[in-house]
Design a protein around this ligand. Structure first.
Ligand code: ATP
Ligand code: MG
Length: 574
């Protein structure tokens, strides 16, 4: 919960002011029964109308003061809790943004969404509550006790029995509640997870007529959530009436003792009424306190989950040295690189040694899962190598600020991701201030210009969520344009022409040659024809390089390459 200290520091003054007004409010509430007792015992009993009016006026004044205090406190509480919630949400979002992939892999995406929304709201509600009932309830409970004892010591004996029982019930309630509410949150994560997966794969679901399966999955998650919530609330619903019952029994006893007292003339009627008033105040406050604990339990679970995200030490240092101004731009060296994802000990890449010279076009080929995407991801330092070293422009990338490093590289990821906005805006992701001409030139090179201008509003055509209104191949080409407009030193295309027909692919490659002159280019491909004419081809197999060379060389020497050639071209190697 260390992350909360920042906000506590910022808001403690406003918080204290709110609590001060809250105290006024509670004092006003506490004074009422005593004044009422006086009105009854002195005014009514002696038929002194003047006294009744005087005390009535005082009561009115106190009520008015209490109301003003409550209003002020309410405004402050709302402002503080809203600002706190907004800032916490923003900080959490920022943290998630800057987290390395290694850290991100540890969280389910759906759970991050719940943390950002529901969990932050829970903590926010709690903070608001702190400035409302949370402080007021104990004040009223303790104040009520003091006033009741002052009023009548004999009757107060009842409180000495009732209060400890209620306190005990609250402690039990709290102990049993915490683990249950944590489970409710987990179950809610489950519901969000199913929903998220369904929405991102809705086309596949429809194509496979998998509605029933999805509905069943959702129903299961939803039911589980309901059951957990019911279990947690059932527990709560046992405790609240139990507390109420204890207090009411106490009131019955007070009435009984009081009745005897009035009869024998030792207790005044006004005192009994006031005492019962205090008792009700105390009981309501104790009930509130048990509710407060429920909220606390939930907020603590939520804060814990938010804290988990904040606790993530960034595995990548962000602000170390920068590049020397080197002449050798676009050189990449892998030196004995081995890499394993955090989820398994088995390395995905083993002993990779590879040098890519500035301006070279390098093809990377290999069966699925052989580690191609992982290999290029390491250059952008999405993950840190397990052992060995990667140099870009001769510098160890661990010594470079990742921001500077990523400026040099443009990656077209294997999974195309376009953002909501116009086509032009999407291409400008690569370079915010790109001119219209630059955007168009990048699109032309990527073979996207023609279909973009054929779209209803050309470059201003809006792209729907995830790019639903463009075909797979069109999306790929917009993604390529986005990378090209950046004019990087290193261009990485991860299987980026897989959904483009062979003729278009050839055109793109030809255009790239002139556009990307002097640019280091890494092309990952499944089709051998896509990379055949590269300066150098790297053949990956089960995370190892099994061949490096030109097409001619590999076809002679590399058995894995020969196999790929044979299967794709349908002919034997000559
Ligand atoms: N984030 C991840 N966490 C754990 N394992 C991963 C992760 N990403 C990939 N892998 C594993 O690493 C291996 C290599 O994956 P990679 O994506 O690099 O293969 P690839 O050669 O690009 O395959 P494809 O041709 O299908 O794109 C696979 O076995 C995969 O299961
Ligand atoms: Mg891949």
């Amino acid at each position: 919960m260390k992350f909360l200290s920042k906000y506590i520091k910022k808001y403690w003054v406003s918080f204290c002011i709110a609590v001060l007004f809250l105290t006024f409010e509670a004092v006003c509430d506490l004074l009422q029964p005593t004044i009422m007792a006086k009105i009854i015992d002195k005014g009514v009993a002696r038929k002194d109308i003047h006294y009744v009016l005087q005390m009535g006026g005082l009561m009115l004044a106190i009520t008015a003061f209490g109301a003003v205090s409550a209003g002020t406190r309410s405004v402050i509480a709302s402002i503080v809790s809203q600002n706190f919630g907004t800032e916490l949400r923003f900080d959490l979002f920022k943290k998630i943004q800057t987290m390395s992939f290694k850290n991100l892999d540890q969280f389910d995406r759906a759970s991050l969404i719940t943390r950002l929304t529901n969990d932050v709201t829970q903590v926010q509600v709690f903070v608001n509550g702190l400035m409302r009932i949370f402080v007021k309830s104990p004040l009223l409970a303790i104040g009520g006790l003091v006033m009741a004892v002052r009023l009548n010591l004999h009757l107060a004996v009842v409180l000495a029995i009732v209060v400890p029982i209620v306190a005990l019930l609250i402690v039990f309630n709290m102990r049993l509640g915490l683990p249950r509410f944590s489970k409710v949150q987990k179950a809610l994560d489950g519901v969000n997870g199913v929903m998220r997966e369904y929405l991102s794969g809705v086309r596949v679901v429809k194509a496979f007529n998998h509605f029933d399966v999805e509905v069943a999955k959702f129903t299961k998650a939803n039911e589980h959530y309901k059951n957990q919530a019911v279990a947690a609330n059932r527990l709560m619903s046992i405790f609240s009436p139990a507390i109420m019952l204890t207090v009411n029994l106490g009131i019955v006893v007070v009435l009984w003792i009081g009745g005897w007292g009035v009869r024998s003339g030792t207790i005044q009627v006004g005192h009994i009424i006031a005492f019962i008033n205090y008792m009700t105040q105390i009981s309501m406050s104790l009930m509130m306190i048990s509710m407060v604990f429920n909220m606390y339990v939930r907020a603590r679970a939520s804060a814990g989950r938010i804290g988990e995200v904040f606790l993530q030490e960034d595995s990548i240092a962000w602000d170390r040295g920068s590049f020397n101004t080197r002449t050798e731009k676009g050189r990449i060296d892998f030196e004995n690189v081995t890499f394993a994802y955090a989820s398994s000990t088995e390395p995905v890449l083993k002993n990779i040694n590879l040098t890519i010279l500035p301006g070279e076009t390098v093809g990377i080929i290999g069966s699925t899962g052989s580690g191609k995407s992982t290999l290029v991801g390491l250059i952008s330092r999405f993950y840190d190598v397990s052992s060995g070293m990667i140099r870009v422009d001769g510098e160890d990338i661990k010594q470079i600020n990742p921001k500077v490093l990523r400026e040099k590289i443009a990656l077209v990821p294997q999974k195309n991701i376009l953002f909501t906005g116009s086509v032009a805006e999407n291409i400008r992701w690569g370079k915010e201030d790109a001119t219209k001409a630059e955007v168009e030139q990048a699109a032309r090179t990527a073979g996207a210009h023609d279909f973009i201008i054929a779209a209803p509003e050309g470059y201003e055509t809006m792209i729907g969520q995830g790019g639903v209104n463009f075909s797979g191949g069109q999306k790929q080409r917009i993604s390529i344009a986005r990378a090209l407009v950046k004019r990087p030193e290193i261009l990485i295309l991860d299987d980026s022409t897989s959904a483009v027909d062979v003729t278009t692919e050839a055109k793109i490659k030809k255009a790239l040659k002139t556009y990307a002159k002097g640019l280091t280019c890494l092309l990952i491909a499944q089709r051998i024809t896509s990379i055949m004419d590269a300066d150098k081809i790297v053949v990956l197999d089960h995370g190892e390089i099994v061949g490096i060379g030109t097409h001619q060389e590999l076809i002679k020497e590399c058995s894995v390459y020969q196999e790929i050639y044979r299967s794709q071209m349908g002919k034997e190697v000559q």
